[in-house]
Design a protein around this ligand. Structure first.
Ligand code: NAP
Length: 494
């Protein structure tokens, strides 16, 4: 493999268009989760750095918002072109710090870039309105304006796409951004920002603050009155903390939080398609995806056959270092994540479940002497049968490559089970019955529904959840709304 990513390794903060050290000049380590090998020491932003970045964003936002929509669109399009021209290098960097297989990393770069392209186009379509007045000496106009400075906090599972999904609509709307990527994966965010600068996006419009002081940076983002909006993707627990911190300042907030997606297979489903969908929806990113299928409800009459076909399909999965071309499932992000997933499996087994299949673990992983031991982070894709509805893996987000199969008897029961969750991000179901499709689409309590498909993410579609899975939508024409204020102008004539 030709190593292309080295010129993209940036290890400083980006504030006001300048690469700089943190105020206390301290750094933290970024480690390859597949090998334990250190990749870089990265500047560790402090709250004082966050304040400085917010001040820079306040200045930059004024001139950025004054630019013609066409000009913002052109710069976003240049950025998209640069990201795609450097797709391979960015993908390698992503695999290096996040662990996902290179093919998936390439797809994530393209997926993240698709939001930049989409919002480059939407930037020109921020329409207002003219409303018929109640009195004929009045004219009612509605205009849309950027909310101002946006703070963004993103997770490690899609370090490029989750950030692009916030930066692109914010910039299209005329906002400037201060962003804190996850401490595990700051390099992809810094590389994306470097390309934004090269594309001509002005200094201060994008500021990136890698930091291992998440809580303190979060406090600055939520309490600084110059920040007009927070956009957060991450766990529901942290989302709730941020809501509380934003409350005193009544700060606008978009939340893309955790999920617990049901995956329902009816007796009339195309089982081969359902198996392919299950594998796609579960094992992408080693199961560390917010829209991952989490609970598998299989009609009792096809339960055994589905399990047989699923385990046969899983023979093709290969666990290993994402840089190996044949690998389809990489490591989990950390040893802590692995222990959590193992805890779910142990809990299900204690409640009567049985392990029906586990992908063999190769012995070829090499631990780096300075690391924590490569094999530590790898979790073999696993299928459990006879899982009970009260098992933790049916109630909580697994975030790992584990499938627990639960039988059901009737459509009504399947819908009840699917809706028996505090989360409401995504749901999937497989059936050939068109009337049933309508009933489930109407009744499933989630923000997104995959019908006979396990893959639903798309820049043209509104991504987001209901219940405790979040507020607001990213992508699509709706994705701009969160970055815009509506202003009503009442013109009165004599
Ligand atoms: P997390 O612990 O909530 O972390 C997400 C981000 O928040 C990271 O940048 C983290 O920084 C930061 N953070 C942690 N504590 C904070 C605090 N008190 N104040 C401010 N920021 C704080 O979540 P995660 O485990 O990294 O990510 C996985 C979660 O994200 C899952 O629940 C997944 O479902 C969800 N997710 C949702 C979507 C969606 O669109 N709905 C998409 C992707 C992921 P550090 O890294 O420095 O801790």
């Amino acid at each position: 493999m030709i190593v292309a990513y080295s010129s993209f390794i940036k290890n400083q903060l980006l504030i006001d268009g300048e690469w700089c050290l943190s105020a206390d000049e301290k750094t933290f380590a970024v480690v390859n989760p597949a090998t334990g090998e250190p990749i870089a020491q990265v500047a560790n932003a402090t709250p004082a750095d966050a304040t400085r970045a917010i001040d820079a964003a306040v200045r930059a936002q004024i001139t950025w918002a004054e630019k013609a929509a066409n000009e913002r669109s052109r710069l976003l399009r240049c950025w998209f072109d640069l990201v795609m021209q450097n797709q391979e290098a960015l993908a390698q960097l992503l695999t290096l710090e996040q662990g996902k297989p290179l093919a998936e990393a390439r797809a994530e770069i393209a997926y993240g870039a698709s939001y930049i392209e989409w919002f480059a186009e939407e930037a020109k379509r921020i329409y207002g309105d003219v409303i018929p007045p109640l009195a004929n000496n009045q004219r009612i106009h509605v205009i849309k304006q950027p909310v101002g400075v946006v703070a963004a906090i993103t997770p490690w599972n899609f370090p490029c796409a989750m950030l692009a999904r916030k930066l692109a609509p914010a910039l299209a709307a005329g906002c400037a951004v201060v962003a804190k990527p996850a401490a595990e994966t700051p390099l992809s965010a810094l590389a994306l920002a470097q390309l934004a600068l090269e594309a001509g996006i002005p200094a201060g419009v994008i500021n990136i603050l890698p930091s291992a002081h998440a809580q303190a940076i979060g406090v600055e983002f939520t309490t600084n009155t110059h920040v007009r909006k927070l956009s957060f993707t991450g766990s529901t627990a942290v989302g709730k903390t941020l809501i509380a911190q934003c409350a005193p300042g009544v700060k606008r907030i978009t939340l893309e939080l955790g999920g617990n997606a049901p995956f329902i297979v009816f007796d009339d489903a195309d089982l081969d398609a359902a198996v392919a969908g299950a594998i796609a929806a579960k094992f992408r990113n080693a199961g560390q995806t917010c829209v991952c299928a989490n609970r598998f409800y299989i009609h009792q009459s096809v339960y055994d056959l589905f399990c047989q076909k699923l385990t046969a399909g899983m023979q093709a999965l290969k666990l290993g270092n994402g840089f190996d071309d044949e690998v389809t499932v990489g490591p989990l992000i950390s040893l802590r994540a692995k222990e959590k997933v193992q805890g779910f499996v142990d809990d299900a087994v204690r409640r009567g479940a049985r392990i029906a299949f586990q992908t063999p673990i190769q012995n070829s992983f090499q631990a780096h002497p300075a690391g924590h031991g490569a094999q530590d982070n790898f979790f073999a894709p696993t299928v459990l049968v006879d899982v009970t509805q009260d098992a933790r893996l049916a109630c909580e987000e697994i975030f790992g490559p584990v499938i627990g199969l639960i039988p059901f008897a009737t459509e009504v029961q399947a819908i009840q089970l699917a809706n028996a969750s505090d989360y409401g991000l995504a749901a999937y179901f497989y059936t050939r019955d068109t009337n049933r499709i309508k009933r489930l689409c109407d009744q499933l309590q989630t923000g997104m529904v995959g019908v006979n498909t396990g893959l639903i993410s798309n820049a043209a579609a509104p991504f987001g959840g209901i219940k405790q899975s979040g507020w607001g939508r990213e992508g699509s024409r709706y994705g701009l709304d969160d970055y815009l204020d509506i202003k009503y102008l009442c013109e009165t004539f004599s």
